[in-house]
Design a protein around this ligand. Sequence first.
Ligand SMILES: [Zn+2]
Length: 153
Amino acid sequence: MSRRPLGPHPGIGYGHLVSTTPGAFVTKREWLVHPLPVERPEQGRQDRQVGCATCDRKMTVRVSSLERARRRQQVLRMLVVAGAAVAVLCGLSAGVTDGEGLRLALLFGMVIAAVVAFNFFMRLRLEDGVTMRWPTLTRMHGHMLRWPPDTGG
Ligand SMILES: [Zn+2]
């Protein structure tokens, strides 16, 4: 699985959940990834209906123009950097402060900022200017947006 550069066709596909294997630490999920048979609009965004190639379930995806997708990636990247910077700042300040209450607050802030940064980072990994409109969220009834597996190319 690897991310593709932004192009006229969304590189990201959708996965159909094939099997779930509970493990000791993480649940292993196997996905069958299909390409999204949609093109990007010239500008703005458009909702398209897609039927799953495996189970024919209908999904609505919102596809952004190349320009808009690029901007979304930039914004997410900025948020990741900003969140990480705040986390580092809080961590450093907590290390040098004398006040016990302030230190706790700073450590708390560090954790929150790190979680936020990680959250945006995970979203950035799947950001290709495509979002699932319906059903809601990206993971629903065994389907989610996924990058296609590497084909060695
Ligand atoms: Zn399916």
